[in-house]
Unconditional design. Structure first.
Length: 134
């Protein structure tokens, strides 16, 4: 569930994510790295400027989120020109994640995607039985 950035209250929009360790996210991240390497080799640039590095990091983070989002529920809310209850398509995910005003949403999604606790079931508790000796 997405929380209001100032009040911390639930705003009624929820996102479904896969772990950042999932195959679909790691595949997207590899594609970004291959693209970055291909561009560097084609340009002959050995050094990367701080501006280029920052742009790459920002692009990689956004692509990671786009790959991790597998669904959402806007519960009657709207988002920009997508209207009320936008469908979760690749194009719409990109519009939400890339929107200049959605940094607070990206931050919350990043925190969830990084949290292993949200993707691994807790271990079952075993009953504490005393050991028996013969």
């Amino acid at each position: 569930d997405i929380k209001h950035p100032l009040t911390g209250e639930d705003i009624g929009i929820s996102f479904s994510l896969v772990s950042f360790e999932s195959e679909r996210v790691t595949k997207a991240m590899r594609a970004i790295e291959v693209d970055r390497m291909r561009k560097a080799l084609q340009s002959g640039d050995i050094e990367v400027s701080s501006t280029d590095a920052a742009e790459y990091i920002e692009r990689a983070e956004r692509e990671k989120l786009i790959a991790a989002v597998v669904g959402w529920n806007f519960n009657g809310n709207e988002f920009g020109d997508l209207g009320v209850d936008p469908e979760c398509t690749e194009e719409n995910k990109r519009k939400v994640i890339d929107h200049p005003g959605s940094k607070w949403i990206r931050d919350q999604l990043s925190a969830k995607g990084d949290s292993v606790r949200d993707f691994i079931a807790p271990p079952e508790k075993k009953s504490a039985k005393g050991s028996r000796t013969k």
